[in-house]
Design a protein around this ligand. Structure first.
Ligand code: HEM
Length: 342
């Protein structure tokens, strides 16, 4: 009894010193449904990415001639770090799948309308940063898929003119492109992501979510649900990592096009099949251009809002269709390189 009381008092004292009562504010009961948890579950995947990534930085060598070897070393000599690498790769897939589900749910309930336009626009930039992290992460493997991803990016960078200079191997003779991409992957992009996420969550906290209905619950009950769902997510990601280890093909050889990108980039690959290299710029420009306009064109009920809704649904179906099509269609050469008999 005395022990129980002293534990409670200790818990209370820590909670008091950490000002945890600030989390005990009222929030709409409707926000305890799954479609309002997707943003937080994206955040859980990002935490897993950060924790596993910190360990990987101690084993990965970002020098072009050593990068692939350092990954082979992890896979062959260090089962625990290898499992963390597999978890990192699966958590990246989970983050991208969840952020798209979050975006679709927010779009469907029109959660971007006044006063939440800033949440939407900060979300659009977060999505761009997540794609940047996925791309630079792929390049770090220095395997065949990585070399081809870089060749595509370099060709796209030429199309983009000065804006693409950073992706060019000639940007500076002092530092190889792979080492510069590593710097983007472990510092520039994560720092930008953290800053943008702080803004996004600040707006969520202070403007509230768009859940309707008069019923209120404590935010701590929402946190408990998210923690439970977060544990399930981590268990799923870790199990996937145990069952299906992350791929690493042979060291990349320049001048060949024999692989397809991982699933988050397959819609761009499909656009390249249809429009050639220009598809690599057209598809992201259409997606992000549309996303940027949503809070402006769907401001009030009316014709523009209806068109936005229909266009959003069409784009969503097109993207899923393009990913499935690119996954099953035979590989194509987009850069006019050797396809190695594929
Ligand atoms: C790193 C990625 C992201 C994280 C961690 C994140 C996190 C969150 C969280 C925790 C919420 C509150 C609960 C919820 O509705 O799920 C939220 C709400 C919101 N998010 Fe995100 N989000 C991310 C990306 C995005 C993207 C890509 C968009 C859209 C382009 C977006 C737009 C919004 C909007 C408009 C709300 C308010 C929704 C409403 O009130 O109905 N977020 N986000």
């Amino acid at each position: 009894m005395t022990e129980a009381r002293s534990t409670a008092t200790r818990g209370g004292a820590i909670a008091e010193r950490l000002a945890l009562s600030a989390l005990d504010y009222p929030t709409p009961a409707r926000a305890n449904r799954w479609d309002f948890m997707l943003g937080a579950l994206t955040l859980v995947s990002l935490v897993v990415l950060a924790l596993t990534g910190i360990v990987l930085t101690q084993y990965y060598n970002p020098a072009p001639l050593s990068a692939h070897d350092s990954l082979l070393y992890i896979i062959s000599n260090s089962p625990a770090v290898s499992l963390l690498r597999d978890t990192h790769v699966w958590a990246a897939s989970a983050a991208l799948a969840l952020v798209f589900a979050h975006l679709a749910a927010v779009f469907w309930r029109r959660g971007f309308r006044n006063p939440r336009e800033g949440m939407w626009w900060s979300g659009v930039v977060l999505l761009i940063l997540l794609f940047g992290l996925a791309f630079t992460g792929t390049a770090l493997r220095a395997d065949q898929e990585a070399v081809e991803a870089l060749a595509h990016a370099a060709a796209g960078a030429k199309f983009a003119g000065a804006a693409g200079a950073l992706l060019s191997a000639d940007f500076t003779p002092s530092t190889p492109l792979l080492s510069r991409l590593y710097a983007f992957h472990v510092s520039t992009l994560p720092l930008a992501l953290i800053a943008l996420m702080a803004l996004h969550l600040w707006l969520v906290r202070n403007l509230g979510v768009s859940a309707v209905g008069p019923e209120r619950v404590r935010f701590t009950s929402h946190l408990r649900l998210i923690s439970g769902a977060g544990f399930v997510l981590v268990a799923i990601v870790a199990s996937a990592a145990l069952i299906w280890p992350a791929a690493l093909s042979a060291p990349g050889v320049v001048g060949f096009e024999v692989t397809k990108p991982s699933w988050p980039f397959l819609w761009v690959y499909a656009a390249e099949n249809l429009f050639g290299m220009a598809g690599m710029l057209i598809a992201p420009a259409v997606l992000f251009g549309f996303l940027a306009l949503v809070p402006i064109t769907d401001r009030h009920d009316g014709r523009a809002a209806q068109i936005t809704r229909v266009l959003g649904a069409v784009l969503f179906v097109l993207m899923i269709g393009a990913i499935i099509y690119a996954a099953i269609a035979p590989g194509q050469s987009h850069l006019g390189m050797d396809m190695g008999g594929v």
